[in-house]
Design a binder for this molecule. Structure first.
Ligand SMILES: C[S@@+](CC[C@H](N)C(=O)[O-])C[C@H]1O[C@@H](n2cnc3c(N)ncnc32)[C@H](O)[C@@H]1O
Length: 271
């Protein structure tokens, strides 16, 4: 969680469900490709950290089958609970502060979580500790500092406004302790944590209807804070939302860096 007031995009707000659906539409295919790359198989035991919505845990559950195990954790499990019906265990857990849940796991995954967690070093250690020897860690995190524009093609005042509001949003995230250049560090951090066979890549959409949905929900969720901090006026926010609704913007996202590595075979002891 962040330093002062905690995680900025609180799951209790109504927009959170919309944001999770948009994140699933934008990033699930890439996430599942990485699971296939590390060899996800029937019977695997998986820990989905900071699950948010149900889509990733539900896919894992389907993939590992009845002999496998999927544990979905979050500081707020209200949206992940929808996956519980599919054989997914759901647990309230703070990855930065709580001891790792009982494992060991063949796969531990976190997407867009550690960037928000002030105790991210401890979180990463706990996730590595929860792996069986030979088990895989897949960590995916945005790197907004690598590509800061929500409208990479800034060709007019509407795109300029969008990018200015995005700068304000990043300032709010930083105030909550988010590390906005975390993604690029992941390969080194995974190696320093003792993992082998480390690889990483990056993906981000340049325009997509789901980007419009994500931006609308995100701006609605943080608009009061943008105004309170003097980072935007209500009029600018209304204008930006209208520009999105009119389909006048090609909205992108930050690059999503996906890094994966495995605990050395023969490493021990396990949890
Ligand atoms: C941006 S959302 C990403 C959700 C999901 N992983 C995805 O990619 O769609 C971040 C999630 O991390 C959770 N989170 C934030 N801080 C956390 C912490 N310290 N421990 C566990 N989960 C946390 C939030 O509650 C939220 O569900």
């Amino acid at each position: 969680m962040g330093q002062d007031k905690g995680y900025l995009l609180d799951n209790r707000q109504a927009e959170a469900g919309t944001r999770f659906d948009a994140l699933a539409a934008l990033f699930d295919a890439s996430t599942f490709r990485h699971f296939e790359t590390v060899g996800i198989d029937e019977g695997w035991r998986c820990w989905e950290v900071g699950a948010g919505g149900p889509s990733v845990a539900a896919w894992l559950s389907e993939r590992v089958g009845p002999r496998g195990r999927v544990l979905a954790t979050d500081i707020d499990v209200s949206w992940a609970r929808a996956a519980a019906t599919g054989g997914v265990e759901v647990l309230r857990h703070d990855v930065g502060r709580d001891a790792p849940p009982a494992g060991p796991f063949d796969l531990v995954h976190a997407r867009l979580v550690l960037v928000h967690v002030a105790e991210r070093d401890a979180a990463l250690r706990g996730m590595v500790q929860a792996l069986r020897p030979g088990g895989w860690l897949v960590v995916e995190d945005a790197d907004p500092a690598l590509q800061p524009l929500i409208c990479p093609d800034e060709h007019g005042p509407e795109q300029e406004l969008a990018n200015r509001l995005r700068t304000g949003f990043r300032r709010l995230l930083r105030q909550r302790g988010a590390d906005l250049s975390y993604g690029r560090r992941l390969p080194r951090l995974l190696r320093e944590a003792g993992l082998t066979d480390v690889e990483a890549d990056a993906y981000f959409p340049i325009t997509s209807p789901a980007c419009d949905v994500l931006e609308t929900a995100t701006v609605q969720q943080v608009r009061d804070q943008l105004v309170a901090e003097g980072l935007a006026t209500d009029e600018e926010i209304e204008r930006h939302l209208a520009n999105i609704a009119a389909g006048r913007l090609d909205l992108a996202t930050s690059p999503m860096i996906s890094a994966w590595g495995r605990r050395p075979v023969g490493d021990g002891p396990q949890l």
